[in-house]
Ligand binder design. Structure first.
Ligand code: PXL
Length: 280
């Protein structure tokens, strides 16, 4: 599929924009997590709401540690947002523990939320620092995946979730099938550099059809927050009423531009940046 221009319709000044809720962790370095989600939402003209799940202490070199937000406070944030402001889509990022995953899934059912839910199954930072307890993988699979409109694992997360080593198109399809059996409506297996060394190939599956999305792999070491940015952009496009393949095509184009505009920061990996949207 060829990628569309990375824009969504902006609301006129003064008009209430669409709203998207992110249920995710805070990155003190500002590169990933809720900070990345809110940046993408703002620059796409969407009002971002937040349920913070964990506060990480991190910079561009790694995650020094994190503090989990108590489950009732996570749920309280979700309730406060949806009972007043209302949202047209939601996404999850770092959920930290089984207790938080169970509380989020329970509240989603109890509040009878029926808007699209994008689940980015964040397990570790790009440096390999754990962001989810190993014992929480079962909760992710059994409690959250069945509520998800889309799950967006990278290849490391695929290995942890369904024990498939993705090395080529065939194993990428097998991984998508195994993940789809866990209950989400759609699965996006983010392929990294499969098939052709020059391309990043993602595979979308709904239990029937496979859709492939290729984009040039950009040679940047500054790619912190790329997964969060992709999932946030999908959620924004779904809030606008896009069908899933179009929402993913849009988000892939968006993250490609954000990678092109990524900037160096600190001594490690800088963040992808949607600031290109401000013009220069
Ligand atoms: O990019 C995944 C991610 C999500 N959320 C938080 C993170 C990271 C990666 O470091 O820190 C809070």
């Amino acid at each position: 599929m060829t990628l569309p221009p990375p824009t969504l319709p902006l609301p006129p000044p003064g008009a209430t924009p669409l709203r998207v809720l992110t249920i995710a962790g805070s990155d003190s370095g500002g590169g990933a997590g809720i900070q990345a989600d809110l940046r993408t939402m703002a620059l796409l003209g969407v009002h971002g709401c937040v349920a913070v799940t964990a506060v990480t202490m991190q910079n561009t070199l790694g995650v020094k540690g994190f503090h989990e937000v108590p489950e009732d406070i996570v749920v309280g944030q979700i309730e406060a947002v949806v009972t007043d402001i209302g949202v047209q889509a939601a996404k999850t990022g770092m959920l930290a523990s089984s207790a938080i995953i169970a509380a989020v899934a329970d509240s989603w059912r109890r509040l009878e939320l029926s808007v699209p839910l994008v689940v980015d199954p964040v397990c570790a930072s790009m440096h390999g620092d754990p962001l989810l307890a190993a014992s929480a993988l079962d909760s992710l699979r059994a409690q959250l995946f069945p509520l998800a409109t889309l799950v967006t694992p990278n290849l490391d997360e695929v290995r942890l979730l369904v024990d498939v080593d993705v090395v080529d198109t065939e194993s990428q399809r097998a991984a998508a099938e195994a993940l789809h059996k866990l209950g989400p409506r759609w699965v996006l297996v983010k392929g990294g550099h499969l098939r052709s060394s020059g391309n990043s190939c993602d595979l979308l599956y709904d239990g029937v059809d496979f859709h492939e999305f290729d984009a040039p792999r950009l040679p940047t070491g500054n790619d912190h927050g790329g997964g969060d940015t992709l999932a946030a952009a999908v959620a924004c496009a779904l809030a606008h009423g896009y069908g899933m393949p179009d929402a993913v095509a849009f988000a892939k184009a968006w993250v490609t531009e954000c990678l092109r505009a990524a900037y160096p920061l600190g001594g490690g990996h800088g963040p992808v940046s949607p600031l290109f949207r401000l013009g220069s």
